[in-house]
Design a protein around this ligand. Structure first.
Ligand code: FPP
Length: 242
């Protein structure tokens, strides 16, 4: 069933902080990695639901620049889950029109993982139905610093002048240069923080803080959130319509 969201303009960009995998596992006396594995299963489910509900852009926070502070076994386990996901899902993503992109700093990632990421981006490059962006080793402040360095280099080499710096130019130097800003950010597990996720891009985004842990998040909850979002009046700093 297709849900007509009637959202203007034609794109709808949902960004999700997939939180609560650890708590979900703890509540069941399972290892944290079991929670992440169930979380990966939810990613498949929510990508499918996004296709069914005509969501055009879905951005998922998979690993933050701060997540390296977790135990070595958890970090290794997460990286292996990402590899597994890319290997097992690539064909399905391709035939369903999903264009996959990664944002974040790739420098600290393992070569074999970077190769899989590049291959999946190349493979799905001509797709246009759903733009799936996975934030991996992503931090908003880190992204802003990297963009600032790129712009500074261009000023140093006289490719740009100081007065050329505008909001648009800055946005074009971020990892998300070719994406619309998120319309809606969902964070699961009841935490009410933004946690360095797309701070520049979410200046005017709507937020929903959902109580379920990510492994319990499903298409019914997602659909309800999108329906409620549709009723919100977005003002972008302007006055309320009379
Ligand atoms: C936060 O839960 C979740 C993460 C840091 C990892 C997100 C990863 C996945 C959902 C796995 C697969 C992803 C892809 C894209 C295939 P948490 O561990 O912080 O939970 P807690 O706050 O309850 O401890």
């Amino acid at each position: 069933m297709k849900l007509d969201l009637e959202i203007k303009p034609e794109t709808i960009h949902v960004a999700i902080v997939m939180d609560g995998n650890g708590r979900w596992a703890n509540e069941r006396a399972l290892a944290r990695l079991k929670g992440h594995a169930k979380g990966a299963d939810r990613v498949r489910h929510i990508v499918r639901a996004s296709l069914n509900m005509n969501v055009t852009h879905l951005t998922l926070f998979a690993f933050s620049t701060e997540n390296w502070k977790r135990s070595e076994s958890e970090v290794i386990g997460l990286m292996s889950l990402f590899r597994k996901f890319m290997k097992s899902e690539s064909k399905k993503l391709l035939i369903n029109g999903v264009k996959v992109r990664f944002i974040g700093d790739r420098n600290r990632l393992d070569k074999s993982l970077i190769e899989l990421m590049n291959n999946l981006e190349d493979l799905t490059n001509n797709n246009d139905t759903l733009h799936l962006t996975i934030a991996l080793n992503y931090g908003g402040r880190d992204e802003i610093i990297r963009a600032t360095k790129k712009i500074s280099e261009k000023i140093k080499s006289d490719e740009l002048e100081l007065d050329d710096i505008t909001i648009e130019l800055f946005s074009n130097n971020l990892d998300t240069f070719d994406l619309p800003d998120p319309d809606l950010v969902i964070r699961t597990s009841g935490e009410k923080r933004t946690s360095n996720f797309l701070p520049w891009q979410c200046a005017y985004s709507e937020y929903v803080f959902e109580e379920s842990n990510w492994p319990d998040f499903n298409k019914e909850i997602y659909e309800e959130i999108l329906k409620e979002f549709k009723t919100r009046e977005r003002r972008y700093g302007a006055v309320l319509r009379q």
